[in-house]
Structure formats: structure tokens, C-alpha cells
Design a protein around this ligand. Sequence first.
Ligand code: HEC
Ligand code: HEC
Ligand code: HEC
Ligand code: HEC
Length: 140
Amino acid sequence: MRFVRFITAAAALTVVGVVLPAQALAQATAPAKKPPVLIHTTEDRANCMMCHSGKMQGLPAAPADHAERPNESCAFCHAADAAIQTKEPKAIPHALEGQANCLMCHSGKMANIPAPPAESHLDKGINDSKYCGYCHKVTS
Ligand code: HEC
Ligand code: HEC
Ligand code: HEC
Ligand code: HEC
């Protein structure tokens, strides 16, 4: 009995000592989940939340963190050619207090402050500071 218990304990230690940290590391370094690409036409389907609010049976519901997102924002992430499908949005390296007007500084007009690339932002309708925090998070 003792011997068996010893073996079990050793096996458990192996699990704790080797397997778990590897898993934890994978979780810590894994990139955020990519938004699923839209698989249906958007023609006559502009009111995305009519179907994806969770109130319609059988239709995939948008996750809870989507509650405040307007319909015009859905394609920012779910369009096949959205930048976020292939690139990681950079973290915000500064505090947000008093900095809510992102575009005041990140307009390209201020020296040394990077502007969002037009082809992945302005050209896609990302034209208001209220949207920036959907993708750019403060460095933790
Ligand atoms: C008339 C209802 C309806 C409207 C409006 C609608 N959808 Fe959908 N959507 C569906 C259904 C049903 C599915 C399941 C796949 C299918 O059958 O096409 C789906 C699937 C999706 C998926 C894929 C989910 C997955 O699990 O991969 C995304 C993302 C999505 N829709 C986003 C949108 C966006 C963004 C809009 C607005 C531009 C929108 N939908 C408008 C009915 C709708
Ligand atoms: C900032 C990026 C972003 C925006 C904007 C966005 N989504 Fe999403 N969406 C995601 C991500 C990421 C997921 C996957 C989350 C997960 O699976 O945990 C997701 C998941 C979904 C799903 C669930 C698919 C499934 O199979 O369960 C639906 C439906 C959806 N979104 C619809 C919408 C609609 C409608 C809008 C606009 C009102 C919208 N999204 C706006 C990033 C976004
Ligand atoms: C008062 C001006 C100002 C405001 C307002 C501001 N930023 Fe910044 N931001 C900067 C400066 C300056 C930098 C350069 C790096 C630094 O601060 O370390 C920067 C850097 C960044 C970066 C990193 C860019 C890179 O290439 O590494 C991101 C992302 C960013 N800001 C997003 C935002 C978002 C989102 C908002 C709104 C919530 C915002 N910023 C508001 C001045 C501002
Ligand atoms: C739907 C997701 C999304 C939204 C919303 C968004 N961004 Fe981005 N942003 C990205 C991605 C992805 C990149 C990297 C790809 C690229 O450079 O085109 C990026 C790049 C940037 C960069 C360039 C950093 C560098 O490397 O020089 C800046 C600055 C920036 N964003 C600021 C903003 C501001 C300000 C807003 C709000 C007006 C905003 N972003 C809204 C996804 C987003």
C-alpha cells in the first residue's frame, strides 16, 4: 500500500512540477482569441444584434462583452479583411485618465505620437475614440 501511495505521489509531483507550469505558460503567452470571420452576407442584415442578441433561438449569441457595441462596429473585427484577424493591436503604454480623446493625440498631426494606419482604421470606419478600447488595452 505504502509503495503504491509513494508512486502515486511521485506521479502527482511530476504532474505539478512539469506539466502544469508548461500549461500555465502557454495560457499566459497565448494571443487573445480571434473573432470568428463572418460566414454570411451582410446584405439586408445590417441589424446584426437583431439576430445575435441571444434572444433568437438557434442563432449564435454574441458574448456578454459585446453588449455596448453598436452594429456599425461589428465588421471592425468580424470582416475577413479586418486587421485584427492577422495582427495584434498594440497595448496602450500610458494611463487612460484624462486621455479619453484618443484621436486628439493619435491623429498624425502631433510629432512623435503614432497615428493609427488609415487603411486599417479610418478607411474601415474606425473614426471615433469610443471604439479604440475595443482592441487596444492598457499594458498590465
Ligand atoms: C437575420 C439574422 C441575422 C442577421 C441580421 C445577422 N446574422 Fe450573423 N448569423 C446568423 C446565423 C443564422 C448564423 C449561423 C450561421 C449561418 O447559418 O449563416 C450567423 C453567424 C454569424 C457569425 C459566425 C458565428 C460563428 O460561430 O462562427 C458571425 C461572426 C456573425 N453571424 C456576425 C454577424 C454580423 C457582424 C452581422 C451584421 C452585419 C450579422 N451577423 C447579421 C444570422 C444573422
Ligand atoms: C473588438 C472586436 C469585436 C467587435 C467590435 C465585435 N466582436 Fe463579436 N466577437 C469578437 C471575438 C474576439 C469573439 C470570440 C469570443 C469568444 O469566443 O470568446 C466574438 C464572438 C462573436 C459571436 C459568437 C460567435 C460564436 O460562435 O459563438 C457573435 C455572434 C458575434 N461576435 C457577433 C458580433 C456582433 C453582432 C458585433 C457587433 C454588434 C460584434 N460581434 C462586434 C470580437 C468582436
Ligand atoms: C495627450 C495625448 C494622448 C492621448 C489623449 C492618448 N494617447 Fe496614446 N500615446 C500618446 C503618446 C505620446 C504615445 C507614445 C508612447 C508613450 O506614451 O509611451 C502613445 C502611445 C500609444 C499607443 C502605442 C503605440 C505604439 O506604436 O506603440 C497606443 C496603442 C495608444 N497610445 C493608444 C491610445 C488610446 C486607445 C487612447 C485613448 C483611450 C490614447 N492612446 C490617448 C499620447 C496620447
Ligand atoms: C477593431 C480593432 C481596433 C480598433 C477598434 C482600433 N485599433 Fe488601432 N490597431 C489595431 C490593429 C490590429 C493594429 C495593428 C495593425 C495595423 O497597424 O494596421 C492597430 C494599430 C494601431 C496603431 C499603430 C501602432 C503602431 O505600430 O504604430 C495606433 C497608434 C492605433 N492602432 C491607435 C488606435 C486608435 C487611436 C483607435 C481609436 C480611434 C484604434 N486604434 C482603434 C486594431 C484596432
